[in-house]
Ligand binder design. Structure first.
Ligand code: URA
Length: 189
């Protein structure tokens, strides 16, 4: 079944989008997925975090960022000072790529209407791209500097920071990430 247009999805609302994602067979990932991973957090957030794709733990539970990288994302959110009502977390791709490989271009493309519709409905002031894959998926080839905000179309501000999983293996990035956040606090305060 072909994915519907962004406009059609937006009209369906959160529940409609969820149903469409659950029924989607538009790329090969649906053949190996256990649970599709849709979103967590507020439905009226000031900030939306976009991750890459579910990992093993997320595939088991259906909850975004509930594994080791999720612990780092929780730390980032706490450091930013966001309340539970202030943010939502979604992924560029809703199904786990086997063996945690990076999602393919075709998989990112197949999931893009869902990503765009989610962003339109959540309507955040700030979109935080967690790493390069989220940027690739959301920005159509446009490159952002790490930690340098960009105001888009009078709609929202985009900010790219390090993916929480990158902080597991590159501990030196933790301090850098805090600096990126500190220099952008005005965006969500
Ligand atoms: N990494 C991601 O990008 N998303 C998740 O949900 C979990 C790990």
């Amino acid at each position: 079944m072909a994915v519907r247009s962004v406009n059609e999805l937006v009209k369906m609302g959160f529940e409609g989008i969820e149903k469409e994602i659950l029924e989607c067979t538009d790329c090969q990932l649906h053949e190996t997925v256990t649970n599709k991973v849709i979103s967590k957090g507020s439905r009226n957030p000031q900030v939306v975090f976009i991750g890459e794709a579910p990992g093993r733990k997320e595939d088991e539970t259906g909850v975004p960022f509930c594994g080791r990288a999720g612990k780092n994302l929780d730390d980032i959110i706490e450091y930013m000072g966001l309340s539970d009502y202030g943010y939502a977390v979604i992924n560029a791709v809703k199904c786990r790529p086997p063996d945690n490989r990076n999602p393919l271009k075709s998989e990112i493309k197949a999931c893009k209407p869902f990503l765009e519709a989610q962003i339109e409905l959540l309507d955040p002031e700030v979109i935080i791209l967690l790493g390069n894959t989220a940027e690739k998926a959301f920005c159509d080839g446009k490159k952002l500097e790490w930690g340098v905000p960009e105001y888009v179309d009078g709609k929202y501000t985009l900010l790219k920071i390090y993916h929480p999983a990158a902080l597991i293996y590159q501990r030196s990035r933790i301090g850098e990430q805090k600096d990126l956040i500190d220099s952008n606090r005005h965006l969500w305060k």
